[in-house]
Design a protein around this ligand. Structure first.
Ligand code: KIV
Ligand code: ZN
Length: 513
């Protein structure tokens, strides 16, 4: 069978759809995404993310809410001055001081919001529907006088009385708003409700509608797609679905669904999705669970024997799209569910050619290890194969000595002496803790001859108490090749260093072949 881009259901749903030809992706990672508890970026980090979003070809980037702080104003100013292809947007209440602050940032696009549900109006703002409407109109008119594009959001729209919602949306249009964004602020909708809600609003308004869905009930992507089926022309999204509470709609999910399920154009360079997600993970400190759709570590990883056999016969058997479409790669993982096809393919990848008998023995050892509850890393598989196949190849990098100094008055510092192919090299590193400094010291030595990056690092305590045994798993990359490695040690620093060295050795042994 030839290769298609997507392998989806052939079932065609009935019912009405009002799909636009193109959907504008409005990314709010730097505004709503940063409102997620625990997430905060420096100005330089915001600039980096904005540049990455521009490479992803996001057409609209909400850079921040300038009135909230001088740093936020500065960040929006710097992003607006980058000369990106994307339109840079600033959030504002419909207040003169807010709009002035947004204008000071020199953005071409202002997003004005005010709450419209009776709950918010009465209990939070302690005002009236009439005052809210008057304020919205004044704010929009004031922004329009300064020649910017204006988007209006009636906050908590989905808990707003429909009659009043239509009234304020029409007043906003008359005041000059060119886009009506309909926020499901606390994520109370279902897809069916969203479709009807947007259909009704679309019938009563003139300017394009936009969706802004929160994920409180896990429906954000489904609701956003439902609003697009009802004719919405813009979707508010965040990288990795970050955002207030349970987050916003994930850019990755919406963009891939629009391409795969609806054949609707977004202009996004999907090949940059994985890279953008990793950057936001690193800078936000919020790492996605492995099972996260599209960008999670396991989204294109396969362990079970039948699945791997199917995948190796034709990727479409167990992958609905080629991982390269979103900048990822398929991964076959060793473990107790693995079959011989999978193990054979992994060994082939490691440059090893076992006989039938050796392959059988390696598979049996892998299952035995998996049955003990252990995750079988690439370096474990290599160690098993080396043993079974009687390979005597030595590790190229060995730790001779490691010294780590830390304390409350000094920067954690480490010095490492390594034997690389039998020759002694020394290096040092600093970091934000003893583990970080030790890993940096080792990287500084090894990077003298091979560029190896640490892609993932995770540590579990497998016993309780302050003397807990640490179980460290890392993924390290050299060019296109990424391998996982694992180590268990009562000393957290040593567990980390051993795991990194195992991974590095795996990459370096292969490069020798
Ligand atoms: O969720 C929300 O209502 C918002 C508005 C500011 C649009 O983020
Ligand atoms: Zn929001």
């Amino acid at each position: 069978m030839s290769e298609n881009q997507f392998y989806l259901s052939q079932y065609k749903p009935g019912g009405e759809r009002f799909l636009p030809e193109k959907v504008w992706i409005f990314d709010t990672t730097l505004r709503d995404g940063e409102q997620m508890p625990g997430v905060t970026y420096t100005i330089d980090e915001k600039v980096l993310i904005a540049q990455q979003l521009d490479e992803l070809r996001v057409p609209r980037i909400e850079a921040g809410f300038p009135i909230t702080s001088p740093g936020e104003t500065e960040a929006v100013k710097r992003i607006a001055a980058l000369g990106l292809d994307a339109q840079v947007v600033a959030l504002s209440r419909p207040l003169k001081e807010d709009v002035d602050r947004a204008l000071e940032c020199d953005v071409p696009y202002i997003h004005i919001f005010i709450s419209t549900s009776d709950l918010h109006i009465e209990t939070m703002m302690k005002t009236t529907r009439e005052d809210v409407l008057r304020s919205a109109v004044e704010g929009i008119e004031y922004a329009k006088e300064h020649g910017v594009f204006v988007e209006f959001s009636p906050q908590d729209a989905t808990r707003t009385d429909m009659g009043y919602l239509v009234e304020i949306c029409k007043a906003a249009e008359d005041a000059g708003a060119e886009m009506l964004n309909i926020p499901d602020t606390v994520g109370v909708m279902t897809p069916r409700m969203t479709f009807d809600f947007f259909k009704e609003l679309k019938a009563q308004t003139r300017v394009p509608l936009s969706a802004h869905a929160h994920n409180d009930l896990g429906q954000a992507t489904a609701n956003t797609l439902a609003s697009i089926e009802a004719g919405a022309e813009q979707a508010h999204v965040c990288i990795n679905g970050l955002g207030e509470r349970a987050g916003n709609t994930s850019l990755e999910e919406v963009v891939v669904c629009l391409a795969a399920q609806y054949e609707v154009e977004t202009g996004i360079n999907t090949k940059k999705i994985a890279e953008t997600s990793s950057l936001v993970e690193r800078l936000s400190g919020v790492y996605m669970p492995p099972s996260t759709p599209i960008i999670g570590d396991n989204a294109f990883a396969h362990e079970a024997g039948i699945h791997v056999h199917g995948l190796l016969s034709h990727s479409g058997n167990y992958e609905i799209l080629r991982p390269e479409f979103v900048g990822k790669r398929s991964r076959i993982v060793a473990g107790k569910h693995a079959g011989r096809h999978g193990i054979s393919s992994m060994l082939d990848d490691l440059g090893l050619e076992p006989t039938r008998e050796q392959l059988k023995a390696v598979a049996a050892e892998v299952k035995k290890l998996g049955d003990t509850g252990k995750v079988v890393s690439d370096s474990d598989l290599y160690a098993i194969a080396k043993n079974v196949m009687d390979i005597t190849a030595d590790d190229r990098v060995k730790l001779k000595q490691l010294l780590v100094v830390t304390g409350n008055t000094i920067t954690p510092t480490a010095s490492a002496t390594l034997l690389v192919d039998g020759v002694e090299y020394k290096g040092s590193g600093v970091g934000n803790g003893p583990i970080d400094s030790a890993i940096n010291a080792i990287r500084n030595v090894v990077n003298g001859f091979a560029n190896i990056t640490l892609e993932k690092f995770s540590m579990k305590a497998i016993t309780g108490g302050t003397d807990a045994v640490a179980d460290v798993t890392v993924a390290v990359r050299r060019g296109e090749k990424m391998v996982t490695a694992n180590s268990v040690n009562g000393d957290t620093v040593m567990a980390s260093v051993e795991a990194i060295l195992k991974g590095m050795n795996r990459l370096l042994v292969e490069s020798n072949k």
